[in-house]
Design a protein around this ligand. Sequence first.
Ligand code: SF4
Length: 227
Amino acid sequence: MIQLYEKLFSELGDQNWWPAETPFEVSVGAILTQQTRWESVERAITNLRKTGLLQPESLAMAKREIVEEQIRCTGFYRQKTERVQEIARYFSKNSNNISKKPTETLRKELLEIKGVGDETADSILLYAAERPKFVIDAYTRRISECIGIRGNYKELQQHFEESIPRDVELYKNFHALIVRYAKEYCNKKRCDECLIQNSMNGTNDHPPETIFKTTISSSDETESSND
Ligand code: SF4
């Protein structure tokens, strides 16, 4: 897997991801980004900031309709309003500080919040709480499959975490590189120009079939299915 990282890094460089001013902003963004484009999330975050709602207490206490208006551009805005207000209540209850919670406690508590599945919880753990949790999303699954690595969420996560140094900044950049590459190549069906398949052929540590017996199910494809 480190060869994959090195290949992507040499092609695309440092991604400096996630662009946010606070852990709370990352967490709100992690909810808003479900099933939408990042550009829409940026607009919604700007709206929330302008209206003073990018703080746990103010967002938790805001009128539902007002929040809906600010995040409408991200789609599923009624559902997402409920979810960001739940996240806001969680941060508020924890004095806007999740930095001292043990990783597994934090993960468990995040997963208890409506709308937070494995991918969202791990995005918050990695990008907001700076914990070494590798995020598995649909892009990661697709690219992994192309290099012969299959598994469910936990299996893929374990594979990444065991194959690369345990380093938060590396995890952050690796995930961001995968997303960027998938948008620029996989989504545009540029498979004949694929940098990954060409460079990884013959360098994978394990024969594909022996890694995981579980195949990727379509129900794992979106965050909402975990919710
Ligand atoms: S560009 Fe095509 S072959 Fe390459 S990783 Fe993406 S989907 Fe797979």
